[in-house]
Design a protein around this ligand. Structure first.
Ligand code: SAH
Length: 391
């Protein structure tokens, strides 16, 4: 292994905090390429090993010095409770830095594994990782990759487009739509073209929280994607659901998903619209709901976009609060990593203040236990949720 050396005084983050990233500015020049390297402090102390990515601002990602297959086996082993849990057959197997496999995401969908490799190291090891997943994941039928992830570009990796972004790495080819079960519902997952690896697995606990409060409610599910929150609400006794999304493809799959549940009656309305405009039109028409779910896409990709994002979050939360009937529930989320939980609380509180309404927090949600966060890697906390009840 080549050696890389940190600049004087730059060892604290890796050595004391055990943070897995070394930024380009912290390293002395090196001729190392995309390869495993040994990392030394300026004073000569060996700090461990990591994968060197010559094209990335995150120049080295620290990794345990163990065979990658062992790291995969360990991550899969930590999900034993999920494999044993009859309530769901879809969950995350490998959560990147948080599972000591930087840049590696692997999600399990009822026997099919879909991966994303977003760092040079992940790309380098992907063959080994796919074989290890095939070997260690119980009931594994095939392992595929989605390469249409923007983050790959920052590492100098190719960003796949369309059909070319999907490749089978091991085992069989999955069907176009994979059927999964989660809680009271079934869903079809488009593993080739769906968002992320196909489904928002990270919102499992939040879907359960929403379901637990939905009995008898008229529900507005904003940013519905393939229907998740709205379907759980229906399954848990909601009287009606409006599913709003700007994507016709997402709503088409949401309709297929509804057909899978065998609900009685037709109490779901599908609205292809921009949520910002739709909320205003509800306000103007005086339409009200018992429950509103706001699960928007990432508004802030970087720290510099946080203030603009905060205005967007405040806008939709304020509008949603105004549509709530007395004692109504607002389930509101932010998946922008750059927006801290504290700031999100403040933004939602400001919206309530502007709406002139009081709320109590009945639950806080985050990504589930299959998306663990390494203690030394606070960047891993990206998803925040507040379930509020009007008082
Ligand atoms: N709640 C979903 C995930 C939401 S992902 C679940 O649990 O599965 C965000 C969704 O917002 C995407 O489906 C995207 O099409 C939609 N979207 C993005 N901007 C939008 C806008 N301005 N108006 C309506 N939908 C939007």
């Amino acid at each position: 292994m080549k050696r890389v050396v940190l600049k004087k005084g730059r060892e604290f983050s890796v050595a004391a905090r055990r943070h897995p990233w070394i930024f380009s500015g912290a390293l002395e020049p090196t001729d190392a390429g995309a390869e495993m390297v040994e990392v030394f402090a300026a004073g000569g102390e060996r700090l461990g090993a990591g994968f060197h990515s010559p094209n990335s601002q995150i120049r080295v990602r620290m990794m345990p010095e163990a065979p990658v297959a062992d790291l995969v086996a360990a991550a899969v082993g930590r999900r034993a409770d999920f494999f044993a849990n009859a309530a769901t057959d879809a969950f995350r197997l490998v959560n990147a830095e948080n599972d000591q496999l930087p840049g590696v995401v692997a999600d399990f969908y009822a026997g099919w594994v879909v991966c994303q490799f977003t760092s040079a190291g992940a790309e380098h090891f992907k063959g080994e990782i796919a074989s290890a997943l095939m070997k260690f994941v119980p009931f594994c039928r095939g392992v595929a990759e989605r390469s249409d992830v923007e983050a790959r570009g920052k590492e100098g990796l190719s960003v796949g487009e369309g059909d070319a972004a999907f490749a089978v790495l091991a085992g069989e080819e999955p069907p176009d739509l994979v059927e999964i079960g989660e809680g009271p519902c079934k869903y079809l997952v488009d593993v080739r073209k769906g968002h992320k690896t196909g489904f928002y697995l990270d919102q499992r606990d939040a879907r359960a929280a929403v379901g637990s409060l939905a009995n008898g409610a008229d529900v507005l599910n904003c940013f519905a994607y393939t229907g998740g929150f709205g379907l759980v609400a229906r399954a848990c006794g909601a009287l009606s659901v409006v599913q709003v999304d700007v994507s016709a493809d997402a709503l088409a799959l949401a309709k297929k998903n509804e057909a899978l549940q065998h609900f009685c009656g037709t109490k779901t309305e599908y609205v292809e619209a921009d949520v910002f405009q739709y909320l205003r039109s509800c306000r103007d028409e005086g339409r009200t709901f018992d429950m509103v779910v706001l699960d928007p896409p990432k508004f802030a990709a970087t720290k510099s976009q946080v203030m603009k994002a905060a205005r967007g979050y405040k806008d939709i939360n304020l509008l949603a609060m105004k549509l709530l009937r007395p004692n109504g529930i607002l389930a509101t989320f932010s998946c922008s990593g750059a927006m801290t939980a504290d700031l999100f609380d403040k933004v939602v509180a400001e919206a309530a203040s502007d709406a002139g309404r009081d709320f109590q927090v009945v639950a806080r949600t985050r990504q589930g236990a299959d998306h663990p966060v390494a203690l030394a890697f606070p960047e891993g906390w990206y998803l925040k949720g507040l379930v509020l009840r009007g008082v």
